[in-house]
Design a protein around this ligand. Structure first.
Ligand code: SAM
Length: 825
């Protein structure tokens, strides 16, 4: 017979695993451990009887929990592997033989505790199963009453069935204290419950009716084996515990077939008779008619010979035959119109049970199916979530992705479907169109609501406009916040560099900023959003110069430069823009300053550049500013500091000089005004200008420290593992963390385990840790066969490094032989 894995009902649960780990033969061990922990009856038990003990886990627990040298006797229908310290034998606990055997083992002793965890073969109808279980419990109680010492304990399994209350009542009569409990290790799906009956009263005389299932479960027994059950479920064989009927002491019963046909209770005849007689010595008209009927086939005759061997389908055929016979005899049947109420019932009796059973079965099947489906879905959902979290932890996904995915579920907040339902999507689409098409109209119109549109439409338009204004206002707020932050940052960076400015000027500059924001606030009333944004930037003053440019050119140095005042604002704006927004690089500074000095070439170039910088359109300006913003955002770290990677020794040296205060930004700018800055490039070929551009720079001296710093940096970069390796390392780390987390959970579970001692807990946890620990790789041992030059040598063979083992040709065979012998033992 193949081994069947217990996967049903989630059998491989934690207790199953724990039982395996601890060497218990069944997970049931934990039920007794938990019961004993709660009621503590095994500690003082010197004699224990375990009824229905196989495979023996309760016996194992009993050996552990009882005082050393206690007598433990286990009995079961099935054979049981021996357990040290336990006497076990095979017997039926309902038999007298079992009682005698127990007596033999106990001699004159009495048991302190009787355990019973018996379960008869189940799998038929639930009512039948539970009744059999209750019967078995009563049998075990009977044995307990025979063997228990006064004050002893009886611990038994009971099903929460119709007999449960009767059993509890009987326990109550025989014991001082009865506790019914379900230990945590007992599955919730199981109807089992455990009764711990303490303080056996040991009465001199026990009313035999207590221990007789016929009387103990008197009013329930009839329900269990009805005639219908016997006919429709003939495979459920029931022992005849009720004894013989009054005055009828024969087991074999014959009934005339005509009687069966005429009877109003055909079921009881089929259930209680052995044979339907079709031929009698005395002539009978009705039997003759039955014999002549074409429906009385050989098959039917065979069925009538022995009713006890018939199954459900045969009984059905007999009942059909009966109906045909009744029709032939003119007796009322279900098909005929109902002449008499009394006879109408007889056939109708058969159907309800059949249908009811079917409906019940169908209902149950549907329920099971639904429950399974729900469970499956829940499990899938949980698995999906776990995976997502893992992916997130491994940086394989962004939290946003989860949001999107989860939004696709039923509860998705932003489901388009849901929007469609509410017709919101349509409204949104409509609103958008309105924005695009109605805007120009609005400018032509004198005002909102002045059009001839219907009220609804104008309301929609108002809504849309309002929404749009809100959006503009929000984006304006965002941008203003960003702008102010940037401005502040710049101011901080440049503090001290504008030493030439007086305090008043500084104040005025501050005022300017306030003014700007005020302006922009005022502009809020202006309906053009573009204007809002342009003013917000506020980098220009009335003359078209940026503030910084104005400050710059207000310096005394520029006072005497002719043409600067009348220089077109566009070019100055360009310069101003360059000064403020472009990143400071030697080259750009050189260019800018070159133009300022009025050098012919540079000014020409600048004129070109400035021409390209001319901003005729506010939108374009805005776009550029946005580009600058994004450049700045990109090149700034989250803490607001510039994100510059220094990769050349020259840059490192400059950075060092700037950081140590040896030089200022303006020193660096000044240094760039050299002979190379004023080259006349007019008329030169492009390739030449390009090539010159690469070299017409002053070679700056590089300090030893800067060179070393760059070298170190490069070395550190090179020493860094490649991306793949780093990912693998991260994965490994993550997996280890996961394993550790699992281990922690398991240990917590074990630590909170009720049915274990502290020592056991510590041992189990140590075992878990041992398992989780990465095993050290086995050190390889070189096997050297002792032949040739190695035959009979002492010590390390020549040319062999590391661990070694010398073997000879016999060793393999001898080892195998030893194993064979050990197996035979
Ligand atoms: C759930 S198992 C008992 C498990 C046991 N307590 C343990 O811990 O290993 C139920 C046992 O009851 C036994 N059993 C059922 N009817 C019995 C009977 N009439 N006499 C003896 N044993 C019976 C079955 O053979 C089965 O081994």
């Amino acid at each position: 017979m193949g081994f069947q894995k217990k996967t049903g009902k989630g059998r491989l649960d934690k207790y199953y695993r724990l039982a395996k780990e601890k060497g218990y033969r069944a997970r049931a061990a934990f039920k007794l451990l938990q019961l004993n922990k709660k009621f503590g009856f095994l500690q003082n038990s010197k004699v224990v009887i375990d009824l229905c003990a196989a495979p023996g886990s309760w016996c194992q627990v009993a050996v552990e929990a009882t005082p050393r040298g206690s007598l433990i006797v286990g009995v079961d229908l099935s054979p049981m592997k021996p357990i040290p310290g336990v006497i076990s034998f095979q017997s039926d606990i309902t038999s007298d033989k079992c009682r005698a055997e127990l007596r033999r083992h106990l001699k004159t002793w009495k048991a302190d505790t009787v355990l019973h965890d018996g379960a008869p073969n189940v799998g038929t109808a639930w009512i039948q199963d539970s009744f059999n279980q209750a019967e078995l419990t009563l049998q075990s109680l009977k044995l307990a009453c025979d063997f228990l010492v006064e004050g002893g304990t009886f611990c038994t399994k009971v099903f929460r069935s119709a007999q449960y209350n009767q059993l509890l009542w009987i326990f109550g009569q025989l014991f001082d204290k009865v506790d019914a409990t379900k230990p945590p290790s007992s599955r919730n799906v199981s109807a089992e419950i455990f009764c711990v009956c303490r303080g056996f009263k040991a009465p001199k005389h026990i009313d035999p009716r207590f221990l007789d299932p016929r009387t103990a479960f008197a009013d329930l027994k009839e329900n269990v084996t009805t005639d219908e059950a016997r006919v429709y479920k003939p495979e459920v064989k029931k022992r005849k515990r009720g004894g013989y009927e009054e005055g009828d002491y024969t087991l074999y019963k014959e009934v005339l077939a005509s009687e069966f046909v005429e009877s109003t209770d055909p079921i009881s005849i089929l259930a209680n008779s052995n044979r339907l007689v079709l031929d009698t010595l005395e002539p009978s008209l009705s039997l003759a008619a039955l014999n002549k009927m074409p429906a009385t086939t050989i098959e039917i005759r065979q069925y009538c010979l022995d009713l006890k061997v018939l199954g459900r389908s045969e009984f059905k055929k007999l009942l059909k035959w009966r109906i045909l016979a009744r029709e032939a005899f003119g007796l009322p049947t279900k098909k005929t119109p109902q002449p008499a109420v009394a006879e109408e019932e007889e056939v109708a009796e058969v159907e309800p049970m059949d249908e009811e059973l079917k409906i019940q079965e169908d209902l149950q099947a549907m329920k099971d199916k639904n429950a399974a489906k729900r469970k499956r879905e829940k499990r899938k959902e949980n698995e999906r979530k776990t995976k997502e979290i893992q992916r997130l932890q491994m940086h394989m996904t962004a939290p946003m992705d989860i949001g999107i995915e989860s939004a696709t579920g039923e509860e998705g907040m932003f489901q388009l479907k849901a929007l469609e339902k509410d017709k919101v999507a349509g409204r949104i689409a409509k609103g958008r169109m309105a924005v695009l098409t109605e805007r120009p109209k609005k400018n032509q119109d004198s005002g909102i609501g002045s059009s001839d549109d219907t009220d609804d439409e104008s309301d929609d338009l108002n809504d849309t406009l309002e929404r749009e204004l809100d959006q503009h206002w929000d984006s304006f707020q965002d941008r203003r916040a960003k702008y102010e932050a940037r401005l502040k940052r710049r101011k901080q960076e440049e503090d001290g560099e504008w030493e030439g400015l007086s305090a008043d000027e500084q104040e005025s500059s501050d005022d300017d900023i306030v003014q700007e924001s005020d302006d922009s606030d005022d502009d809020e009333d202006d309906e053009s959003p573009q204007r809002l944004l342009t003013d917000l930037d506020g980098t220009e003053n009335d003359a078209g110069l940026s503030k910084r440019a104005t400050k710059f050119f207000n310096q005394d140095v520029f006072k005497d430069i002719p043409g600067l005042e009348q220089s077109d604002s566009e070019s100055i704006v360009g310069e101003g823009e360059d000064m403020t927004d472009a990143p400071v690089t030697g080259k750009s500074e050189a260019k800018t300053t070159g133009s300022e000095r009025g050098s012919k070439t540079a000014s020409k170039r600048n004129a070109k550049e400035n021409a390209s910088l001319v901003i005729d359109d506010e939108k374009e300006a805005e776009g550029e500013r946005e580009q600058d913003d994004s450049w700045e955002d990109k090149h700034r770290r989250s803490d607001g500091r510039p994100n510059i990677d220094i990769i050349t020794a020259e840059a490192m040296m400059l950075a060092h000089q700037l950081a140590s205060g040896q030089k200022t930004k303006y020193d660096l700018i000044d240094e760039n005004f050299d002979k190379y800055a004023f080259r006349d490039r007019d008329g030169l070929p492009e390739w030449f200008v390009d090539d010159e551009g690469k070299h017409d720079k002053k070679q700056k001296p590089i300090t030893k420290e800067a060179a070393q710093a760059i070298k170190d940096k490069t070395r550190a970069l090179n020493a860094r593992p490649i991306k793949k390796v780093r990912e693998a390392q991260a994965r490994k780390k993550f997996k280890t963390a996961q394993r550790f987390e699992k281990l922690k959970k398991k240990s917590d579970l074990l630590a909170n385990e009720e049915g274990m001692t502290e020592k056991e807990k510590a041992e189990s946890i140590a075992k878990l840790i041992g398992k989780a620990r990465k095993k050290a790789p086995k050190r390889s041992v070189k096997v050297v066969v002792a032949r040739g030059a190695n035959r009979g040598i002492q010590g390390r063979p020549k040319g062999v490094k590391g661990r070694y083992k010398i073997v000879d040709s016999r060793m393999k065979k001898e080892m195998r032989a030893q194993k064979r012998i050990a197996k035979r033992k």
